[in-house]
Design a protein around this ligand. Structure first.
Ligand SMILES: C[S@@+](CC[C@H](N)C(=O)[O-])C[C@H]1O[C@@H](n2cnc3c(N)ncnc32)[C@H](O)[C@@H]1O
Length: 197
């Protein structure tokens, strides 16, 4: 059953959803946060009941909040390295009744990946290799960090069991280890859904 305390019109358009955030965060939306339409589609695919989905680099929480609203039987968690973005995710969530959505402030290198079953990945490390795509200057970026983070996630995904689900958005296929089968490829090949064999 959908969350009755929430107004679903929040999830009709990005402009409505983005009202949850201050203007400087709204300005980043088009380039850095998942559109609600994509979050709904990705959520539908990842929401296996009674499992835990991790958004790797959760920003201001747009994916987790949207997917969590439509799938209360699945837990959607996000980790975000920028304190300010994490705070905005918590603030947006606080006005909503979403006990199945959680956010953590920290670097994914500190995360226990065994706690998660399925994954959402919106090319979170790109700003390390493309300065024009920086969100801000709150964190260090470098080619070395791009390699370190990409390898960590690649290895983690490679070790996950059969039937693990993954959605990638704006992400090169080389970031996904062998064994993941592409089961859906849409939005001009920007949105990909994978299941591990
Ligand atoms: C493209 S944004 C996507 C945000 C969110 N997943 C969404 O779809 O709306 C990527 C986010 O990943 C975060 N990020 C990048 N590297 C990270 C790391 N090593 N640990 C935690 N967060 C990270 C960035 O700070 C940024 O907020």
């Amino acid at each position: 059953m959908l969350n009755e305390l929430l107004n679903p019109s929040l999830f009709y358009h990005d402009s409505a959803f983005d009202e949850l955030y201050p203007e400087h965060i709204r300005k980043l939306s088009q380039m850095h946060w998942t559109p609600v339409e994509i979050a709904k589609i990705a959520g539908n695919f990842l929401a296996v009941p009674n499992t835990r989905v991790l958004d790797i680099g959760s920003g201001v929480g747009k994916f987790c909040i949207t997917a969590g609203f439509f799938h209360p039987e699945t837990t959607f968690s996000g980790i975000e390295q920028r304190r300010e973005l994490y705070n905005f995710a918590e603030t947006a969530k606080a006005g909503l009744d979403l006990p199945n959505v959680t956010f953590t402030h920290g670097n994914l290198t500190e995360l226990e990946f065994n706690n998660y079953d399925h994954f959402y990945f919106y090319n979170p490390f790109y700003e390390n290799i493309e300065p024009d795509s920086r969100i801000d200057y709150a964190v260090e970026t470098s080619f070395e960090l791009y390699d370190q983070y990409s390898r960590l996630v690649y290895q983690m995904l490679a070790e996950k069991p059969s039937k693990t689900r993954l959605v990638t958005f704006h992400t090169p296929g080389g970031q996904v280890p062998p064994g993941y089968q592409l089961v859906n490829n849409s939005y001009s090949r920007l949105l990909k859904m994978w299941i591990k064999e």
